[in-house]
Design a binder for this molecule. Structure first.
Ligand code: C2E
Ligand code: CA
Ligand code: CA
Length: 795
């Protein structure tokens, strides 16, 4: 999946997620970092507070102690017992000691010897026991503290160190001795200071880099005994300890060249635990805000893309042609602008579509509804009607001679005139209109057509040209129609008939329809067929009955239609004739025959080929000229290619056909009268024609054996022809009896299925080679123009 496969919504959502994670991560680390710094600062300040408290406490203790000791030194009783009695001295000392709960009380004589000493031992911290010190009578080790001022020193006894204040006892100005009171620097004190400062407090002696703890039991939360363990060793002197502890040292004084130091400290791990707890809370908070933000992001992403999704669905609706959409995609300015634009677009599309639709159903020249509109309207019609296909006559002539501009004017004029009939009118093709005469029936056709004609035939003057407008009308009725398409075919077929028959109107007749339609289809294809060389020639032999040899064939054309297969000439010759394509077709046949003649000659087969030309061809001077020039361009072609012309070709027409026939004959072309007997000509009429051969139509030959009348006709025709110097061909020979009879009557040639059906060139060659008709190799006789009555030669 690539990025573009995700929806905009997902993308916005993912973007928010990334943004949130980034912001939260940054804020987490900043908060954490600043928390750590804050903690460090706080701790440092707490530490210095603790240090100050500790100093104050110790200072005020020493001040208080000094004040007490100096007051006690003024006690007369104490001065008295100092020199008299040790026991009394100890009692007096103890009385004073109790007043301040001192841990040590000590008295010296004026020689610096200890004369009284009381020490409080607190083995367990609850109960204190006062005992006499064991240094009595000993010289005091710190004689320099015994002067006439109050002095404070840290005094070690056994393993304890005492804060001791010593002051002189005076009689007047004379120093008679000294007394001192003090407190032990021990766990008890540490505990008190710890309570006061909120930090652990410890005491230790430092001697040139070595540290020795003075407290070794549980003090508050801190067990000093654990400090001796190697993994938690803590020396306030070592910087290594800074990573584990935070602490401050305060030097109280010297003890035998060692520094007595108070330390306030705290384990860093405690602090980190606190910070860690904060971090967990922070993470939790971040998680909660992240989830809430994600929900928010989802809502925003959905909200932002919702109008787009709405637009997408709207577009789909519009694409399906549903334009009645209420476009409401949000209230923000951008979206309402978008909605407005969308609505404009929707309207524009709708109106353009309408325009296009209108154009699709309208003819641009006449602004009349077109064939599509006719299809659309027809299903809605439920009344009977006459449908008229109205075509303008000779519009193509107008186009050709006066130009398309005039042609267009004619179409517009006809459209306007038909409009005036106020019936549903359609312009369906260049020169074709459809007029629906609603509620009219077959009985009204004449009246209807005349109404149409009355508006059309009024003279039309265009640019000083008087145009006489004419139409042909094909009519069909609404009863029995199945489909619009069918109806259109019907009126068109009827119109074609009206046009060809030069009628104003023609009612469609289902009987004639199929032929007409087939014909029309062929007409449309025929021109193309000539261009595309879709024709083939079949060859049917004419048997020379005098020598039983085949020296001549008739070329018969077939249309190899790409869809319908081989079509016989009966189906299209007439069409070619009527649509003016006969010349092209005959030319094709002639050329093809010449080609075939040479091919066979190459193959050692000398065969004359007779081609059929239509009566229309004989009236066509150009065609005949061309025919002559083709013959001229080939050497002795008139020996090889012969022409068959039906008898009606020159019977119905004027001298033109005769003129052309003479022209052909002058070229020495061999001519044959085809289908003799079917027309109204008599042999007497034919005798003036320059022809050499007569073909008796097959209708007289086919049933000849069983029909005496046919026998009579054929026999007399043969005889008369011979008298006129014409050779006779009998076509339609379908059996041996007929053939034999024809031979017995002196007929020169026979043609028919009994001998051979028309065959394609290759097939014909094969057939001929294996037939009896090619066995005889003696020189073939050429039918001479001058040859007369033939000799009967029963073979
Ligand atoms: P057609 O000139 O009289 O040609 C002879 C027709 O009779 C051929 O029909 C042939 O097949 C048919 N026929 C031959 N022997 C027999 C038989 O023993 N019994 C029966 N019942 N019929 C036989 P096809 O080929 O269908 O030609 C029909 C007509 O079409 C021709 O009559 C001719 O008038 C015309 N035609 C054929 N080819 C051409 C052509 O190239 N040009 C022109 N203008 N017309 C042609
Ligand atoms: Ca013929
Ligand atoms: Ca014929």
């Amino acid at each position: 999946m690539t990025l573009k496969d995700y929806s905009l919504k997902s993308k916005i959502f993912f973007f928010f997620i990334l943004l949130l994670i980034a912001v939260q991560t940054v804020s987490f680390f900043t908060t954490r970092f600043s928390n750590e710094r804050l903690e460090e600062q706080q701790l440092t300040s707490q530490l210095s507070q603790a240090e100050t408290l500790l100093k104050n406490e110790l200072d005020s203790r020493s001040y208080y102690l000094t004040a007490f000791v100096e007051t006690a030194a003024k006690d007369y009783g104490l001065k008295q017992v100092l020199v008299e009695d040790t026991r009394s001295l100890l009692v007096a000392l103890n009385n004073h000691r109790k007043r301040i709960d001192a841990d040590i009380a000590i008295a010296f004589n004026n020689e610096g010897t200890i004369i009284g000493e009381l020490v409080v031992k607190d083995s367990n911290q609850e109960i204190k026991r006062v005992s006499a010190g064991n240094q009595i009578k000993e010289k005091f080790a710190y004689q320099n503290f015994l002067n006439d001022e109050s002095e404070q020193l840290f005094f070690p006894i056994d393993k304890e160190i005492y804060q001791l204040v010593i002051t002189p006892l005076k009689n007047g100005d004379m120093i008679i001795g000294h007394i001192g009171f003090g407190y032990a620097i021990n766990s008890r004190l540490a505990n008190r200071l710890a309570n006061l400062t909120g930090f652990s407090v410890g005491f230790g002696l430092e001697n040139s880099g070595n540290w020795q703890w003075l407290v070794s039991e549980q003090v508050g939360l801190f067990d000093y005994s654990a400090l001796d363990e190697p993994d938690s060793s803590f020396s306030p002197l070592s910087d290594n300890s800074r990573s584990t502890y935070i602490y401050a040292n305060y030097v109280l004084g010297d003890v035998d060249k060692q520094s007595l130091t108070a330390t306030t400290f705290q384990l860093r791990s405690n602090l980190i635990a606190a910070i860690k707890q904060d971090s967990v809370q922070l993470l939790l908070m971040i998680a909660v805000t992240l989830i809430m933000s994600l929900i928010g992001a989802y809502i925003i992403a959905s909200g932002v893309t919702m109008p787009l999704r709405k637009l997408v669905s709207l577009s789909k609706d519009i694409a399906q042609g549903n334009y009645e959409q209420d476009i409401n995609i949000g209230k923000t300015r951008e979206f309402s602008q978008l909605a407005d634009q969308f609505e404009h677009m929707q309207e524009a599309i709708q109106s353009r579509e309408q325009e296009i639709t209108e154009q699709a159903y309208l003819d641009s020249l006449t602004a009349l509804p077109n064939r599509n509109q006719f299809y659309r309207d027809l299903p809605k019609v439920d009344n009977p009607f006459l449908l008229c296909q109205i075509n303008i006559r000779r519009l193509s002539d107008i186009n050709d001679t006066l130009g398309h501009e005039v042609g267009d004017e004619v179409i517009i004029e006809v459209a306007n005139r038909l409009r005036s009939l106020s019936q549903p009118l359609y312009h369906t093709s260049g020169n074709g209109f459809l007029l629906r005469c609603d509620n009219e029936t077959e009985d009204d056709i004449k009246e209807c057509s005349q109404k149409i004609n009355s508006v059309i035939e009024q003279s039309f003057n265009y640019q000083n040209i008087d145009l006489h407008l004419q139409v042909n009308i094909g009519v069909s009725t609404s009863d029995g129609w199945t489909q619009a398409n069918q109806l259109l075919k019907e009126v068109d077929a009827a119109m074609q008939i009206a046009k060809r028959s030069n009628l104003l109107y023609q009612l469609y007749d289902r009987q004639i329809d199929q032929n007409t339609l087939d014909r029309l289809q062929l007409v449309n294809r025929l021109r193309l067929a000539i261009e595309k060389d879709e024709f083939v020639l079949f060859y049917q032999p004419k048997l020379n009955l005098q020598n039983n040899r085949i020296e001549e064939v008739e070329a018969l054309v077939r249309w190899n239609h790409p869809v319908n297969g081989l079509i016989t000439p009966d189906a299209f010759i007439q069409i070619a004739d009527q649509t003016g394509q006969m010349a092209a077709l005959s030319n094709w046949v002639l050329n093809k025959s010449i080609e075939q003649f040479y091919i066979w000659r190459e193959m050692g087969l000398e065969l004359k080929i007779a081609i059929n030309i239509s009566p229309e061809n004989l009236l066509d001077d150009d065609f005949c000229q061309q025919l002559v020039s083709i013959f001229k361009s080939h050497d002795k072609l008139n020996d090889s290619i012969r022409i068959e012309i039906t008898e009606d070709a020159f019977m119905d027409h004027d001298s033109k056909a005769v003129e052309n026939i003479n022209l052909l004959r002058k070229e020495g072309i061999y001519l044959s009268i085809d289908d003799y007997g079917t027309g109204y000509s008599s042999l007497a009429q034919l005798k003036n024609l320059p022809v050499q051969e007569l073909k008796i139509d097959r209708c007289f030959v086919q049933q000849l054996i069983s029909s005496d009348a046919d026998k009579l006709i054929v026999r007399s025709t043969i005889q008369l022809s011979h008298q006129l110097g014409l050779k006779v061909v009998a076509e339609g020979v379908e059996d041996k009896k007929t053939l034999d009879w024809l031979i017995s009557q002196g007929c020169e040639k026979a043609q028919g299925f009994y001998i051979s059906r028309p065959l394609a060139a290759d097939n014909f060659y094969t057939w001929l080679k294996q037939s009896d008709y090619s066995k005889n190799e003696e020189k073939q006789q050429v039918d001479g123009i001058t040859s007369n009555v033939s000799t009967f030669n029963p073979s």
